[in-house]
Design a protein around this ligand. Structure first.
Ligand SMILES: Cc1cc2nc3c(=O)[nH]c(=O)nc-3n(C[C@H](O)[C@H](O)[C@H](O)COP(=O)(O)OP(=O)(O)OC[C@H]3O[C@@H](n4cnc5c(N)ncnc54)[C@H](O)[C@@H]3O)c2cc1C
Length: 659
């Protein structure tokens, strides 16, 4: 009996693995096969599928010379480090790499950049492979606390929180969408206490940083000579074209969302150069990395900031190759470890809410109640549709093989896009000011068409019901899906310590839908998509919504408000945009961790320059707003600023409070 049971388990495991790899339902075709597996075997199966997918793509990619990583960085190993620097930057991500490059323009300033991760690899530069980087060594692979009102379709209601762990940070694993946010976002920063920050003060930096290759952007709004290359989408699928026609048939505007007006739909613009990812490592650090005044150390995880008895930051302690080092600064330590790791590092260094530090016996350098509070994120949910054969990306098709070859030889075609091909902004009736509260990301595939289901299930933490009852019947079908994204959330969450050990991930609670209006706005976003998919353009490609059982929503009438509410709460993710966990603000705001010059209040010689510093999350994807923040911060440190630029726009009239 024992042997027979072992044999059955092995067979089930193999079937699931093969089923996963081939993108098919388990060969036995029923739930018993899946449920018969132990949790460990499921995870191993998923990881093996993912690892095989990664290795397969890496081996193929490595065989093509033109696919090599398109730049090299000149790293200085710790043994060559000077003992003292002018600035020590912790974290070489979107902000940190930008900052290191800008500050080291002055050859008299010595900079040390410490990055916990390594370098980009061949896979990370290929846009279509972006999804495969999650839960890879390039990802911190955090997950949220169980959500009380969201993520019911995810194991333990936990949302995956990918974070780039490499030089380039988030810009090294993200989906490369080039989005600036709403102009009013930056005016709000100023109004919330970050004096000097407003749209006219950041707009010259948007132009300075941008190397646009887009002939269709709004005139006057774009830069063409900056380091960050921006490229329009290269190739569209029929689902993308139908959606763009559909939004117009429905009466919505199309055009540049990074120009005069944001509330429009457009084919995506990507931070891609010559078909490969343009991370901040490539855009900023590569041209600067051979400067003798800039030392970059990889695989160096900082444990804490060191202070003298006057509460001045004097250096940091970090780990590399199993050894602990201390390194010192003449001027400042700058934390650019991202909105999840920066608050963790502040707390580990003794700056944070007193009660939390006491819980872990961390001596208090400065009580700062705002550290780790005010976590803002963009929740999203997915509506999925099948479409006519040949209208979308399906990985098993001959076209995909042809496209792969085309990409390998010319860097063009569908592989030069991560597949989020149309984006748009829209105001629901729950919007609290002039800004759109909903962003739509249209994808040119559906789950089982893009990657094997086991891979998806593992990366997205989907539970069995969603994976096998809702998604499995559509595997290898053509289709399209829409990430309905709440870009002006009212609910806020927290980042807390789980331990005094720097190696332990922080406790991340998004607290999604704490304010019920957030959920209602998402429902309105779903209805927008349902309306657009009824237009003649979408009907022409036979667009049909998934109607398989979505547990627990199937008890409600299909597409009724309760059904959509339930769908949003079941298929809930966050779109990797955490911000505001160490926000800037004025003297009267006890929750403001930073002053408007990004200096940590209550201590000396310490700044935070990354997405944590934003007083409020921008209305859109956060890579470019983080880089612009770093660009302006570098100038503030240098004691200079670009002249504010007034582009046609006025927001002052209608900024409302949203309490
Ligand atoms: C999967 C994914 C998809 C995304 N898609 C998009 C998109 O399409 N468009 C867009 O605009 N935005 C996107 N984003 C968001 C965007 O990339 C981030 O907002 C941005 O990268 C944040 O920049 P940052 O500098 O604040 O932090 P990061 O870029 O995360 O940089 C932090 C760096 O610090 C390092 N670090 C952390 N802790 C330590 C330590 N203790 N010691 C040393 N180093 C440390 C990290 O390894 C990392 O390199 C996406 C993000 C992800 C994860």
């Amino acid at each position: 009996q024992l042997l027979s049971s072992a044999f059955t388990r092995i067979r089930d495991f193999r079937n699931n693995l093969m089923g996963g790899i081939l993108g098919m339902t388990p060969i036995s075709g029923d739930m018993r096969t899946y449920t018969g597996l132990t949790g460990a075997a499921q995870t191993i199966g998923n990881m093996q599928s993912l690892e095989m997918a990664r290795q397969f793509m890496t081996v193929i990619a490595s065989s093509f010379g033109p696919l090599a990583v398109p730049y090299s960085l000149d790293f200085t190993l710790s043994s060559n480090m000077n003992a003292t620097y002018d600035y020590i930057i912790v974290g070489g991500g979107s902000a940190g790499a930008t900052l290191a490059a800008r500050l080291s323009e002055n050859p008299n300033i010595r900079i040390l950049l410490l990055e916990a991760g390594g370098e980009e690899n061949i896979l990370s530069t290929i846009p279509v492979a972006a999804f495969l980087l999650q839960k890879s060594p390039l990802d911190w692979a955090y997950q949220s606390e169980p959500q009380a009102r969201a993520a019911f379709g995810l194991n333990e209601n936990r949302i995956p929180c990918p974070r780039g762990k490499l030089v380039g940070g988030g810009s090294g694993i993200n989906y490369m969408l080039y989005v600036r946010g709403n102009k009013m976002d930056y005016d709000r920063w100023g109004q919330l206490g970050a004096a000097g920050w407003n749209y006219s003060s950041v707009s010259p930096y948007f132009i300075k940083m941008e190397g646009s290759r887009d002939p269709e952007g709004d005139p006057g709004y774009h830069g063409t000579t900056g380091p960050l290359t921006v490229t329009p989408l290269q190739e569209t699928f029929a689902v993308d074209r139908a959606f763009m026609q559909g939004v117009q048939q429905y009466g919505l505007k199309v055009g540049d969302v990074n120009g005069a007006e944001q509330q429009k739909f457009t084919y995506a613009r990507y931070t891609i150069r010559d078909g490969k990812r343009c991370s901040t490592a490539r855009a900023y650090l590569a041209p600067a990395s051979s400067r003798s005044n800039l030392h970059v150390v990889i695989f160096a995880r900082v444990n804490k900031v060191l202070f003298d008895s006057n509460k001045r930051a004097i250096g940091v302690e970090f780990n590399k190759d199993g050894r602990t080092f201390q390194v010192f600064t003449r001027q400042e330590v700058i934390l650019s470890a991202g909105a999840l790791n920066t608050p963790q590092l502040l707390m580990l260094s003794g700056i944070g809410p007193r009660d939390q530090l006491a819980q872990f016996n961390i001596p208090v350098i400065q009580h700062s109640p705002g550290v780790g509070n005010n976590l803002q994120e963009h929740a999203f949910s997915l509506l999925m549709f099948t479409t006519k054969f040949g209208t979308s990306f399906v990985y098993t098709r001959v076209k995909t093989v042809v496209d792969a070859a085309k990409y390998a030889f010319s860097g063009t075609g569908s592989f030069a896009s991560p597949g989020l091909n149309v984006i748009g902004f829209w105001r629901s009736k729950y919007a609290y000011d002039e800004r759109p509260d909903i962003q739509i990301h249209e994808l040119d595939y559906i789950p089982g068409g893009s990657f094997p289901n086991m891979v998806l299930g593992y990366i997205l933490n989907l539970n069995r019901d969603v994976l096998f009852k809702y998604l499995a019947p559509y595997m290898l079908s053509d289709g399209t899906m829409y990430a309905i994204t709440l870009v002006r959330p009212r609910s806020t969450g927290t980042v807390k310590l789980t331990s005094a050990d720097p190696r332990t991930p922080p406790k991340i609670d998004y607290n999604l839908f704490d304010d019920p209006r957030d959920l209602e706005a998402m429902v309105e976003g779903c209805k927008l998509i349902l309306n657009i998919t009824e237009t003649p353009a979408m009907k022409a490609i036979n667009t049909k919504q998934f109607n398989t059982p979505l547990i627990p929503c199937s008890k409600y009438p299909f597409n009724s408000d309760p059904y959509l509410r339930c769908l949003v709460q079941t298929l809930t993710y966050t779109i990797y945009h955490p911000t505001s966990t160490a926000k800037m603000g004025d003297d009267n705001d006890p929750m403001a961790v930073l002053d408007p010059y990004l200096r940590v209040r209550g201590v000396a010689g310490l700044r935070v320059i990354d997405a944590s510093a934003m007083p409020e999350v921008p209305t859109g994807n956060t890579n470019v707003p983080t880089i612009v923040l770093a660009e302006r911060a570098a100038d503030l440190i240098k004691g200079q600023t670009l002249r504010p630029q007034s582009l046609p726009y006025s927001s002052q009239a209608s900024i409302l409070s949203y309490s």
